[in-house]
Design a protein around this ligand. Structure first.
Ligand code: CP
Ligand code: NVA
Length: 301
């Protein structure tokens, strides 16, 4: 059966832990292989990307494979060719799809009609490759996931939902602050609580950051929400990750952002440029994690 990676929960708990170890091994050994020899992945990107696009393309080359990059604008998708038709056609040419799109339902439809694996390169709802990569980064800065407090300060967006998924599989405390009206998907949250995840949700950023070892944030207006930028900037007042907020955190706190960042909005220039920032490690680790995910997707079992 083909393996998809549409959310972190498509992996088992064991696989998610193993993939972090594997990505670390790959990073330490500057891993190259021919596991994707004669295989082609099609990247379908309906939104902009720097890190995800380039790290997948480079990662595929490191594993000996090929890729084709396509956007909706330059393909028949932009002229409303149904996704289910695109999925069936591309399944006849290629060995996997890596897709950045809007609603998760679109990705699920692609997956349903594809006979080849589908990887989520970001939807409005989830960003699983990024959060797996962020867990890799955290594993480099902390001895274990036990006794760790990870904070989320900002929007209840795709990144927040993937962090909530991750809290089911990894034993950290997740403390999340959102402005009222910008909370994450309540079904995603309920499901995580029902599965024992230690997550507290508040509207107070200081409460979420208290004692935190890692503080995460992300843009206030995600791709596709540009028209709400001004309204959101007002609603998110007080949610900037800056030195004042970080005073509540653990003395050795690390600051995280998946990038792209808007300085002076969700994060201050000092916080992103300062000694506590690990954003460049996060960006690098995208490459190592993409390789581990690709290897998992094509491996039997
Ligand atoms: N963090 C991330 O996914 O970046 P890109 O939008 O540049 O791919
Ligand atoms: N939440 C952001 C993440 C960008 C990598 C967005 O969807 O635009």
């Amino acid at each position: 059966m083909k393996k998809d990676f549409l959310t972190i929960l498509d992996m088992s708990r064991q696989e998610a832990h193993d993939i972090i170890r594997r990505a670390r091994e790959m990073k330490d050994s500057s891993h190259r292989s021919s596991i994707l020899k004669d295989k082609t992945f099609v990247l379908i990107f309906e939104k902009a990307s720097t890190r995800t696009k380039v790290s997948f393309e480079v990662g595929i080359r490191h594993l000996g494979g090929h890729y084709v990059f396509m956007t909706s604008r330059e393909s028949q998708l932009g002229r409303s060719e149904p996704l289910k038709d695109t999925a069936r056609v591309l399944s006849r040419y290629a060995d996997g799809l890596i897709v950045r799109t809007f609603g998760q339902a679109k990705l699920e439809e692609l997956s349903r009609y594809s006979s080849i694996p589908v990887i989520n390169a970001l939807t409005d709802d989830y960003h699983p490759c990024q959060v797996m990569s962020d867990l890799l980064t955290i594993s480099e800065h902390a001895p274990s996931f036990e006794d760790l407090t990870i904070s989320w300060v900002g929007d209840g967006n795709n990144m927040a939902n993937s962090w909530i998924n991750a809290a089911i599989y990894f034993p950290f405390k997740l403390r999340m602050a959102f402005p009222e009206g910008y909370e994450p998907n309540s079904n995603v949250l309920e499901a995580a609580w029902n599965r024992g995840a230690d997550i507290v949700v508040t509207h107070d950023p200081a409460e979420a950051v208290r004692g935190a070892h890692f503080v995460n944030t992300d843009v206030w207006a995600s791709m596709g929400q540009e028209q709400d930028k001004i309204e959101r900037a007002l609603a998110f007042k007080g949610f900037t990750v800056d030195d004042k907020l970080l005073k509540w955190a653990d003395d050795r706190v690390r600051v995280m952002h998946c990038l792209p960042a808007y300085r002076g909005q969700e994060i201050s220039d000092q916080a992103i440029e300062g000694d506590r920032s690990i954003v460049w490690d996060q960006a690098e680790n995208r490459l190592h994690m993409q390789k581990a995910i690709l290897e998992w997707v094509v491996s039997p079992g």
